[in-house]
Design a binder for this molecule. Sequence first.
Ligand SMILES: NC(=O)c1ccc[n+]([C@@H]2O[C@H](COP(=O)([O-])OP(=O)(O)OC[C@H]3O[C@@H](n4cnc5c(N)ncnc54)[C@H](OP(=O)(O)O)[C@@H]3O)[C@@H](O)[C@H]2O)c1
Length: 485
Amino acid sequence: MEIGKRNIHERKSLPMARFDTGLFFHAFDIGVVCRSKPNTVRPMLEQLFDLHEKGVLRPAFPLQVHGVSDLEKILRVMQRGDNMGKIVIEMRPEDKVKAVLERKPTTSLRKDATYMVAGGLGGLGRSMAAWLVDRGARHLILLARSGPRTQEARDFVESLTLRGVQVATPPCDISDSDALRSVLDNCSSTMPPIRGAIQATGLLRDAVFERMSYETWQAAAAPKTLGSWNMHSLLPTNLDFFIGISSVAGVAGGRGQANYAAANTYIDALMKYRVDQGLHGVALDLGIFLDIGFATQNVDLWARWEAQRPLTVTEPELFPLLDCCCSESIPTQVVFGINSFVQDPSIRHQFFRKAMLRTLALEDEKESDNSRGLGKQLAQDVDLGSVFAQAITLDDAANAVNEALLRKLSTMLALPREQLDPDTPLHTYGVDSLVAVELRNWFAKEVHAELAIFDILGGATTRTASTLAAVKSRLKKGSWEETKT
Ligand SMILES: NC(=O)c1ccc[n+]([C@@H]2O[C@H](COP(=O)([O-])OP(=O)(O)OC[C@H]3O[C@@H](n4cnc5c(N)ncnc54)[C@H](OP(=O)(O)O)[C@@H]3O)[C@@H](O)[C@H]2O)c1
């Protein structure tokens, strides 16, 4: 009977040999039972409470009670695995806990102005409309071709209205200039002047370019090309901001997305044009969102994009970007999401074959030329993926891992890098099982190698652990060349 979760969550496998004697393996999760069989669980719980009240069941012994300020210490004790009974953490008023300070937003919007979000009833659009309201906006125009047709959109509008926001949602296809002009005219009689706009319309109509019909091209392109131009032409010239939501598909390309990619580059160019005219304009070329927008409406798309996880952006990352977009000194085109994308070796290869993106790869290579040896390259925060791709011998790769590990340890243990010797056993630096778990996770994430805790604690040095990690690493696709002596 397995009541732990860890091996299950880590998708561990079970040797099958013992099962030929008719053994059963059963995983039990009280949470699952509570949800699936509430009528069975309820009387059981009542019985338990009853036994507890009668004093038949007593708290686990020994019971240690600590304040939340001792949390780190307690976790270290638990990590050693030699504690008995139960440990309870209490939230006491006098406890001190580390907290992330809530920063004051840098953007403050006018209450006597209207802000428009084209595509404002879609996934990203709703999120950005809520951001506008959080920053002080009280009058919004949210446009979609068919108005608030989904329940989500209607609920959203209602939630804003309850917050005292005037929200107009007239159906409007922004690629139709007459329709947009008429909406703007109508709104101007009941709402304050528009002082900011976000263009967040978008449609995906993916197809292989050779088989892409003109209609398919136009469906994806029109909202971003004609629609953006119409917004630019018809909105007032004194806008405090005009943000064009674009996509990394424009700069990096996307399979079957020639129409969508081209449409996004139009937004990039239009924002540059606006700035050249002395107007505000920023194109935000965003990576993939898995938590909001397109992907949440389409399971296949979600699965396809999930595979490109290194390219993803999350909703909370969007808001500081929007704050930056409203500041004076922002460039006209901001690409967000492609950096981490570049670090994945397999995707690096897929993308940097393209002439257009080759310069980015060349920048990396220049950096590595400037540094002497792969270890030094790491000192400049170069990812291990590219180090492995360039390393010829196992020793080269292991040295690079060793240098990265020493730097990681120096940060974790707050010791200068120079004081760490690669041939001194790790435990002499105070690397306990808690630190070892963190290092094991680091090896898995950065070196793509699964190490056991024993490989890190059992007398290992940074050098031996790094060599083992380099041997096990999945970053290396082929075999290593022999080291020349
Ligand atoms: N989701 C992502 O991962 C991602 C990543 C990078 C960039 N982006 C960009 O972010 C924007 C929003 O994407 P999303 O994921 O939020 O998509 P979404 O949920 O499908 O929202 C798009 C909205 O645009 C509206 N729209 C489409 N064509 C229109 C038109 N001609 N006139 C007026 N409204 C129109 C749609 O409503 P109707 O269908 O009712 O018109 C919908 O409300 C797009 O520009 C997209 O390129 C998204």
